[in-house]
Write a protein that binds this ligand. Sequence first.
Ligand code: G1P
Length: 295
Amino acid sequence: MKKIKKAVFPVAGLGTRFLPATKANPKEMLPIVDKPLIQYAVEEAVDAGCTELVFITGRNKRSIEDHFDKAYELETELSYKNKVELLEHVQKIIPDNVTCIYIRQTEALGLGHAVLCAQAAIDNEPFAVILADDLIDASKGAITQMVELYQQTGSNIIAVEQIDPEDTASYGIVDVYADAVSGLNRVRNIVEKPQPQDAPSNLGVVGRYILNPTIFNLLRTTPRGAGGEIQLTDAIAASLLHETLLACYFDGTRYDCGSKLGYLHANLVYGLNHPQVGADFKEIIRQTAAKLNLI
Ligand code: G1P
C-alpha cells in the first residue's frame, strides 16, 4: 500500500462566523490558548508521517505562510535575549524534513474545488485532507488512526461521529453498515448538509479524509451542490459507484472551532490542560463560577 505522505489544508474560507476577528486575519490563525488552529492540524498530519503539506489559500492568508516560515528577526531577538525555550518553540513549528506548498484558490467555489486545486501537488498519490476548524483532541491523532486503516485497506476513508439530529444541515451525513466479510464500517450513502427530515442518519462527517487520487477526476465534473458550491461530499458520493468508502469512528474529542461555542469550549479544555497555566486557570474558573453563581 502506498504511504500517505501528503496532506491538504483548505484554508481559503472567509471565516465570517468570527467577524470582526477574521476581517484581516485568517480564522485558521485563531489561537487555542497559545497555538493557532492550523498548527494543531499540521502537527496532526506530521505525527501521521506526512512530509508534504499543501495549503490551499486565498486572500488575507499571508500570515499562515509567515507562521510556517523562518522568522529571522524574531529568532535573532529571542536568541539575543537568551529566551531559549521560546526560541525552540518558534524553530520547531515545522520539522526540517517537511515541505510546505501554497496554492492560491482564486475563487471561493467550495471545499471540493479547494481540494481540486491541490491536484498538481498531489499527483498520483493517496493523500489526507484536514479541515483545521475541526480540532481533535486525541492521544493518537485522528489522521494517524485513519492512515492505519488505509494501510490495511487502501480504501477512501472519512472520519465520522454522531451529531445532534437537528444539526444535519451543517454536515455531510453518511449511511454506514458493517461489511459482512471484513466487519469494517462501509459507507452506503453520503449527502451534503441534508435537512433533518431528509438525512439518512445522524452520523456526521468530521473534517478528516484519506482519499485516493481518483477523486480528482470526479471533482472535475462535480456540479455545484449545497450552497451553490462544488462539494467534496458530492465527489465522494460519486466515487461510491466504483470505490469502497470506509467510515472511521475515531478515538478522540472533536471541537467545532468554526463556531464560537466550540471554539470557546476548546480554549477552556486546552487551557485547563495547559502545562504552564492549567492549574491557575482552574482556580480562576472556580472563583468565576462561584462569583457568578454558576455552581
Ligand atoms: C465541511 C464538509 C462537511 C463536513 C464538515 C465538517 O463543511 O463539507 O461535509 O461535515 O466540513 O466540519 P463546512 O463546515 O466547511 O461547511
